[in-house]
Design a protein around this ligand. Structure first.
Ligand SMILES: Nc1ncnc2c1ncn2[C@@H]1O[C@H](COP(=O)(O)OP(=O)(O)O)[C@@H](O)[C@H]1O
Ligand SMILES: [Mg+2]
Length: 283
């Protein structure tokens, strides 16, 4: 059994976080190797990993996904999840989401306090701008510079003290969690590939309220994409505290999330390997 981990040219073997996966898969009889997305590589399963340069080449990326029948998560999920307007779908479905407006040219309905303007298609915090309350000129200029619809959200300031909690699901089941420090801070720095702002990560034990919201998010995503939860080889639910500290969904990552294997215990790669075997058995 052969699995390809899809990455991008700038990170030929990923960013290091997935290093334990190749061995964990070899232990259960699966050969895994890395290849940059864009060309077709024969494999029983093509697993999206660090394909972090796709936001600038989205049509090409989606066409490549469509042409990879063994892709996980599947192309239909990638199409839905690469446009952050999916947050509006999830909010309509009853999930507690950070209040989100999709802004096109001429948008003027800026939130009252501090807020964020960020691309609808984005990764690694690129293009996300934190705007001071009332600075509509800066916001409008950023919206125009993005030259595409953007998301506008009130800035959830409790993230500055407690950060964001990323909860990882493998094969539809909760596996582990980690926290990420606030990204839109004055000391933010890019990694050397320029593809993402360096993240401050640590293992985490989510609260019951966070676990509940994350489970609800997975159910809602399965319903909206017409899949069942086990069909998601991986999913990452990113939560931040709202004004009353109750968890709100910031992102549901079904395309190429970093899964935080470096920040959790050594059994997580074993669960990933088992989830891959399950995915292989269902093909
Ligand atoms: N509404 C918000 N309130 C507080 N912080 C935010 C908000 N939106 C984005 N951020 C910060 O910016 C980072 C990147 O935004 P995110 O929506 O996760 O996009 P991506 O990770 O896909 O680039 C988040 O990890 C968070 O630190
Ligand atoms: Mg994010």
């Amino acid at each position: 059994m052969k699995v390809v981990f899809a990455t991008c040219d700038a990170l030929p073997a990923g960013d290091g976080d997935d290093d334990a996966l190749v061995g964990a898969l070899a232990d259960v009889g699966v050969h895994a190797s890395w290849a940059a997305w864009g060309t077709s590589t024969p494999a029983d399963l093509v697993v999206l990993r660090s394909t972090w340069d796709y936001p600038e080449r989205l049509p090409e990326f989606l066409a490549w996904c469509d042409a990879e029948p063994a892709l996980v998560n599947p192309a239909s999920v990638v199409r839905w999840n690469t446009d952050k307007a999916y947050l509006v779908d999830l909010a309509r479905h009853g999930v507690p989401v950070v209040p989100t407006a999709v802004a096109g040219p001429g948008f003027a309905d800026w939130p009252d306090g501090e807020f964020v303007v960020k691309p609808t298609v984005g990764a690694g915090s690129r293009g996300a701008l934190r705007v001071a309350a009332g600075d509509h000129e800066t916001a409008a200029a950023h919206l125009a510079a993005l030259a595409a619809p953007a998301l506008v959200q009130p800035y959830q300031s409790h993230v500055d003290s407690v950060g964001e909690t990323a909860m990882v699901f493998l094969g539809g089941q909760y596996s582990h969690a980690f926290t990420k420090g606030a990204m839109l801070t004055p000391d933010a720095e890019y990694d050397e590939s320029g593809l993402y702002i360096v993240e401050r990560l640590a293992g985490a034990s989510p609260s019951p309220a966070q676990r509940r919201v994350a489970e609800d998010v997975l159910d809602a995503a399965a319903e909206l994409t017409g899949l069942r939860r086990p069909d998601f080889l991986y999913a990452r639910v990113d939560l931040i505290p709202g004004p009353d500290h109750a968890p709100l969904l910031l992102e549901l990552e079904l395309v190429e999330p970093s899964l935080g294997f470096r920040h959790t215990d050594a059994t997580a790669p074993l669960r990933f390997a088992s989830a891959v075997r399950t995915a292989l058995s269902r093909r």
